[in-house]
Ligand binder design. Structure first.
Ligand code: AMP
Ligand code: MG
Length: 426
């Protein structure tokens, strides 16, 4: 099995003391690849919402199954269309759900409902509201003006949505509400999906209080477990909440051991900074293959990453905003990769910065911001007030993170910047 040192050696310009966000992400991607693949299970469609498909779902049928009408109107043979208006005699009505039997000759048409199977030999539908309908004796005659239609119009072809024998959904796709509907439209009731990841997390630090503890000087209530819980739950992970673990070597060792035997991933917060007077780092090192990085980013500089057996460890910094930012930048992509998800990147959005932003090249900065659409349609992002790495309020008020990339320098008001939208993740 590849060690962390092996992975580091294979990456060019890898410096754990000043690691760029890109390099750290690349390292983590390699680290996840050293894990055994996650197992699969078969689930009923509704139970599988949010899961990742483990094998291609091949369409057993054409969808739609037959050529059918896209409109309420009249179906006819399009070869009759020409320079002059067409007058056609109505010889029947085709309803959705049952095929209309009978033959239709030139000079004739069939009244047809949306979704009804196209009668044999007919390829074109005119919308009812574009015709003039007149009675002539016992017959109903429909007049179709010239020049508004081409043969084949308003007909949905069999298999135009999904073709029999071709993959309708690829392995690695997430079963979104739209994907559930698509699989259902194939008549498939069960799907093979990856099992959910189980993720254990705990907070460390003697100053960290659990909810219900009496407040005391110098102490803070544990918010990290709640943000991490929320982020993981939104991703569909099974969470194992292990509470706050005090800076006590015996308790920490127990917690890490228990977490790594029960979970695919362990996330801790706090205790990874330089000069920490705690045991977290020592125990991580003792129990696994763990690297301690200084990442060139703000917020979120210190971080521990490694393996405890077959379990991936993320030792996130303690500051509440740093926890969320490092989760989004490093943990989330790794979890998606472990979940078997093939599309794990959400595109950045480009927005004009409302104000000038100071930035030093040589590190990635994430600023909380709020994106809005201006009346003229341009997207504008306003950086939230207090960008302190402990200030959760601005995280709550933001709807995305302005990403000022590694090489980027200061931004003038009106310049475009990349924004990572929260998009329901937060
Ligand atoms: P550390 O990385 O342990 O030095 O922590 C950095 C800062 O984050 C300190 O001010 C801690 O009090 C704070 N902090 C650490 N853990 C938590 C937590 N679970 N909830 C809220 N704040 C925390
Ligand atoms: Mg600490």
């Amino acid at each position: 099995m590849k060690s962390l040192d092996d992975i580091a050696q294979a990456l060019q310009g890898f410096d754990p003391q000043a690691l760029s966000v890109d390099k750290a992400q690349e390292f983590i991607q390699h680290l996840v690849q050293t894990l055994p693949p996650i197992s699969t299970e078969e689930l009923g469609l509704m139970q599988a919402l949010g899961r990742v498909v483990a094998q291609d779902i091949v369409s057993p049928i054409n969808v739609p199954a037959h050529d059918n009408s896209a409109m309420d109107g009249f179906a006819f043979d399009g070869q009759q269309l020409g320079q002059t208006a067409l007058r056609l005699r109505v010889v029947g009505t085709a309803f959705a759900g049952k095929a209309w039997q009978g033959t239709v000759s030139l000079g004739e048409c069939v009244k047809i409902m949306t979704g009804a199977v196209m009668p044999a030999g007919l390829d074109t539908v005119i919308a009812q509201e574009l015709t003039t309908v007149a009675n002539s004796g016992a017959d109903t005659i429909v007049e179709i003006p010239a020049g508004i239609l081409q043969a084949g119009d308003n007909r949905r072809k069999a298999g135009e949505d999904l073709q029999q024998g071709l993959p309708a959904l690829r392995a690695g796709s997430t079963l979104t509400p739209a994907a559930l509907g698509l699989v259902a439209s194939l008549g498939i009731a069960k799907v093979k999906v990856y099992r959910p990841l189980s993720v254990a997390y705990f907070s460390t630090g003697d100053e960290v209080l659990s909810l219900g503890d009496a407040i005391r000087e110098g102490a803070v209530y544990d918010s990290n477990r709640y943000t991490v819980f929320g982020l993981l739950s939104r991703m569909g992970c099974q969470v194992i909440d292990m509470g706050v673990v005090r800076d006590d070597p015996i308790l920490l060792e127990q917690a890490f051991q228990q977490a790594s035997t029960n979970a695919d991933v362990v996330i801790t917060s706090g205790g990874v900074s330089v000069g920490e007077a705690d045991f977290t780092k020592a125990i991580m090192k003792k129990l696994g293959d763990v690297a301690f990085w200084k990442i060139a980013m703000r917020p979120g500089r210190p971080m521990a990453v490694g393996r405890l057996g077959d379990c991936i460890l993320f030792g996130l910094p303690g500051n509440p905003v740093a926890v969320m930012v490092t989760f989004l930048a490093f943990v989330k992509p790794a979890l998606l990769q472990m979940m078997g998800c093939s599309r794990s990147t959400t595109p950045y959005l480009r927005a004009k910065s409302a104000v000038a932003l100071r930035k030093k090249p040589g590190r990635t900065e994430y600023q909380r911001g709020f994106v809005r659409t201006l009346p003229d349609g341009t997207l504008q992002v306003e950086a939230a007030g207090n960008q302190g790495s402990g200030v959760l309020r601005s995280m709550v008020e933001a709807n995305g993170l302005i990403v000022l990339h590694h090489q980027q320098s200061s931004v003038a008001a009106g310049d475009e910047v990349d924004v990572m939208m929260f998009d329901g993740a937060i």
